[in-house]
Design a protein around this ligand. Structure first.
Ligand code: IPD
Ligand code: CA
Ligand code: CA
Length: 262
């Protein structure tokens, strides 16, 4: 087991796929619907193939859990958890905010997280117990003490039109309690921005493991707190998350409790 080698190969894969997505931004690529508003482009699929091929060549005994074509496996001693393009709706519209997210789970724990934003050429990395970094500079969560002074981010699930658990009630409640709520369209980058102290907190439900495997580690390694909606331990396989600088965490949980998790 060589975590340095895993990190190096994972980083190469994320950068290659991110550069590819950037090169193809606003070009003529095909877009299909996975659901009413859930899109997938040929770039998502090609980026995934690029990452998976590279990882499988180097680590043939590792498992892959990736959003588009490899999303059925779970488990194995070493599992790469991959979102080849986080922010597909943005991407399909030519809105330049998206990322590649790669986490490595070893014996049930995410030990490595890599998120690459090719638009800003920002590489976010974390290793369990060794801190979080952006382009090799250490990251720290913000020092904002109260929700009232906080900037938050969130997102909405693809079943927003048909499910009552669509986050709109939480969104309204938080919008009235903090300085602003951003809906950036890339949960992986939202989490990196919490780690970097650019936003103070993030919450969302119905995320998939590939959206958050790298991001949760980034936040905790940058000194933040990641839990479920009731303050219990977070998991990339749990539906709900609150990630914050720690200082405003209880206030965020209280808002969600008052609303009733919706
Ligand atoms: C989505 C983005 C978005 C979040 C959605 C995710 P995708 O991922 O992370 O910010 O709100 O829940 O599904 O579909 O662009 O990879
Ligand atoms: Ca995603
Ligand atoms: Ca995706």
């Amino acid at each position: 087991m060589d975590i340095n080698e895993f990190a190096a190969v994972g980083t190469e894969a994320a950068k290659q796929a991110g550069q590819y997505a950037l090169d193809r931004l606003r070009t003529d690529f095909s877009v299909e619907h996975k659901g009413t508003i859930n899109l997938v482009t040929e770039v998502d699929i090609a980026a995934e193939e690029m990452i998976v091929t590279r990882l499988q060549e180097r680590f043939p005994d590792h498992s892959i859990l990736a959003e588009e074509k490899n999303n059925e496996t779970r488990g194995g001693a070493c599992t790469w958890v991959i979102d080849p393009l986080d922010g597909t709706t943005n991407y399909a519209h030519g809105f330049p905010f998206f990322s590649v997210s790669i986490g490595l789970e070893i014996s049930g724990k995410v030990l490595l997280g890599i998120v690459y934003d090719p638009v800003r050429d920002e590489l976010f990395t974390a290793r369990k117990g060794s801190g979080a970094f952006c382009n090799n500079e250490p990251l720290h969560v913000s020092k904002t003490e109260s929700l009232n002074a906080g900037l938050l981010a969130t997102g909405f699930p693809y079943d927003i039109r048909t499910s009552e658990q669509n986050n709109l009630k939480n969104f309204c409640a938080f919008a009235l309690r903090c300085q602003g709520v951003r809906r950036t369209g890339s949960a992986a980058l939202d989490l990196c921005y919490v780690a970097a102290g650019r936003i103070d907190g993030f919450w969302e439900s119905k995320l998939n493991p590939w959206d958050c495997a790298a991001g949760y580690l980034l936040v905790s390694e940058a000194g933040g707190l990641v839990t479920d909606y009731i303050g219990g331990s977070a998991s990339i396989y749990k539906a709900e998350v609150v990630a914050s600088n720690g200082r405003i965490h209880k206030e965020m949980l209280d808002v969600i409790k008052t609303v009733g998790s919706r």
